[in-house]
Write a protein that binds this ligand. Structure first.
Ligand code: AMP
Ligand code: MG
Length: 495
């Protein structure tokens, strides 16, 4: 890390803060807590450049002060956003940014508006019983998994920086405190709508909906049915997002309505983790005792969350309540169909299919069914399918203790492939571009995090981050990182 001394133009952010300007009453202006000894431990230089920031200038003591909240960069109007949410099905009328501050918005190199937010920067009026802090382990986890998701091509918030505060946070034990700088298309959630709807403040729900249309779905501006269309857009981006999660075996773990972004990005990486062997009932989160947010439940939960958004929009959709309910229900009820379409759209290339046939849905579910109950690694099964397409069946067959279910299925699969005139090598290469060799394996994530947290050794974290930034490249020198959790360590729990 290079310190740029006394460079007055060092860290310049071209903030343009529409949320602060246009949505008064939707937030509380606030200041971060001062940290004793901030030290920048990670800076996402590629993302910094994408945001039009000077990575060299930020890779400095000044960068550490900014990303911990000690120094407010010019043009920033730090604020804590109000929101509510259904947590595990129960409504909490006031949540809000209890440990986060929006610094402001910038326009990135591609012209997209992005939020820059600190997470773990101290208590706010929304903190309730919380301390407003974040521990280093979860900050690094969010950094790593978010970046892995980005590299996998799944819409997500991203990590710009991680700073250790030099102060302890107290959980079950004392842990090093840290602040994550998060970048998002916006931090508007289903729960943001719920906050105002629950207070009967229809004017604010309308203002928020108009703001969201302006910012995320401008093609709807001036449309007579814009609020219904907004619900439809959110349905479609969520259907595509959840399909993306399912394709890579991602389990969010806490799909509360306050953790569902209106933009369609994955947000709030807490107890999330990737499934090892294929099992639809997989749950990693220790608090999800009923399996509400299990792998296979994610599409249903997204639809449930969408229905909660629909409820907040009813008065805007139609003055006649019955008619509003009928119209909104039609949109929400079409979620499974939208989701199914997105799922199959992603599954075809994973199976090496270039064309579309009616029975492809059954072929895709048939492959999953052949894995069920057999401890087959989900990621490797798809990765090795590319080898099978080249006639090398040993790797995939070896995944099955008893390969008879696979053999039965692969007969159908081969028959299907033979109806396409695609050269085997070309097909295998296309499959490897969509079936990752590397996902954040739970034991690798734990190793990387504990090296950093317990020993201040960030080398394993950086190695893993680098591997995961190219998940579709074979990277033979890191073959071990593609292997599943060793026997006996699979009963993984997240907190
Ligand atoms: P999460 O489970 O991270 O999605 O957070 C749910 C709610 O709890 C949000 O309103 C957070 O701001 C708040 N929260 C989580 N952790 C803390 C904390 N340590 N201090 C204050 N608020 C928190
Ligand atoms: Mg949250």
């Amino acid at each position: 890390m290079t310190y740029v001394p006394n460079n007055p133009t060092a860290a310049v952010f071209a903030f343009d803060n529409t949320y602060a300007r246009e949505l008064e009453g939707f937030y509380v202006p606030w200041k971060a807590a001062q940290a004793a000894q901030p030290r920048l431990v990670l800076l996402n230089r590629e993302l910094a450049e994408e945001l039009g920031l000077d990575a060299d200038a930020l890779d400095s003591e000044e960068g550490a002060r900014i990303f911990v909240g000690n120094e407010t960069p010019e043009g920033s109007l730090p604020l804590a956003q109000a929101y509510a949410g259904h947590q595990f099905g129960g409504f909490v009328p006031q949540l809000g940014d209890g440990r986060a501050l929006l610094l402001g918005e910038v326009i990135d190199q591609k012209g997209r508006r992005r939020d820059i937010q600190l997470k773990g920067s101290g208590s706010t009026p929304f903190s309730r019983a919380g301390d407003g802090r974040a521990a280093l382990g979860p900050v690094l986890r969010e950094y790593l998994i978010g970046e892995a998701m980005h590299a996998l091509g799944i819409p997500t918030t991203r990590a710009l920086a991680a700073v250790v505060t030099g102060e302890p946070v107290y959980r079950e034990t004392a842990l090093p405190g840290a602040v994550l700088t998060r970048v998002a298309a916006s931090h508007i959630r289903v729960g943001t709508f719920q906050f105002f709807a629950a207070r009967g403040d229809q004017a604010k729900v309308r203002r928020l909906a108009d703001y969201v249309i302006d910012r995320h779905y401008p093609e709807l501006k001036g449309h007579a049915d814009r609020y219904l269309r907004l619900l439809e857009r959110v349905r479609d981006v969520q259907a595509a997002l959840i399909a993306g999660w399912m394709h890579v075996g991602f389990i969010h773990g806490v799909m509360n309505t306050d953790n569902m972004a209106i933009s369609g990005e994955t947000i709030d990486y807490g107890p999330c983790a990737f499934m090892d062997h294929y099992d639809p009932a997989t749950v990693f989160s220790s608090i999800d005792t009923l399996g509400r947010y299990a792998y296979a439940n994610q599409p249903r939960i997204a639809q449930w969350n969408l229905a909660r958004l629909a409820e907040t929009l009813l008065p805007l959709i139609d003055a006649d309540q019955n008619r509003a309910i009928a119209r909104a229900s039609e949109v929400v009820n079409a979620f499974p169909e939208q989701y199914g379409r997105q799922w199959l759209k992603g599954m075809r290339p994973k199976l090496g299919l270039a064309s579309e046939e009616e029975a492809d849905f059954n072929l895709a579910t048939g492959f999953l069914n052949s894995m069920e109950g057999k401890k087959v690694d989900y990621t490797l099964a798809f990765r090795y399918l590319a080898d099978a397409a080249l006639g090398q069946e040993e790797p995939i067959r070896a995944q099955f203790a008893d390969a008879s279910a696979y053999d039965l299925w692969s007969g159908h699969w081969r028959a299907r492939l033979s109806r396409e005139s695609v050269a085997p090598l070309e097909r295998a290469q296309a499959m490897r571009r969509v079936n990752p060799a590397f996902i954040p394996r739970n034991h690798r994530v734990e190793q990387a995090l504990s090296a950093a947290v317990e020993r201040g050794d960030y080398a394993p974290f950086r190695t893993l981050l680098n591997i995961l930034s190219r998940p579709f490249d074979g990277q033979p020198e890191f073959a071990d990182f593609g292997q599943p959790t060793p026997e006996g360590q699979e009963r993984y729990q997240t907190f």
